[in-house]
Design a protein. Sequence first.
Length: 190
Amino acid sequence: MSSTPSTEAGVLRPWHVFVVFSLIGASVAVLRAQNNSLSNLLLVSLAVVSAGFVGLMTLRTLWPLAATEGDQEGTVPRGRARAALEREKLLVLRSIKELEFDRAMGKVADQDFAEMSARLRSRAVGLMKQLDDRPAEYRDAIELEVRARLATRGKAKGSPDTAAVPCAQCGTSNDPDARFCKSCGNKLTA
């Protein structure tokens, strides 16, 4: 498998532009420098690369303020944002449970329950969708991984369609890789 996810292959990110321009700027600064001592060239290069880094950090700081809702929709939350969403999802699910309990105890009217329950459930569904932004891609990747592991496992153990192993004590047919009978627990002989 590749070390980069397939969803990011071929996509130009803002940091790529800053890295390229910083390297180009450092190269131009080194070529145009008057004093060619090693320490001067390193300091000029470091200054240009630092300026590129500052530009990138400025972009990362201002991007959430300028980005529209649609720009952020395709991103999967990571780190603290994901933890906050997980925490909020847990609280919403607890609130739904408490609301159902209060209704069962007769503390909440049916009309109020329907309204609050619909609002909480839609929020929970929204949070789950936000946390699982690309479930089809994950499912496909998992299925490919399972197929690959099963294929290598079949090659390592011979044919994957080997016959079932019968138990000597009770006669139950067990999986080919079983060491103990699934019915009586007796140790199987190879």
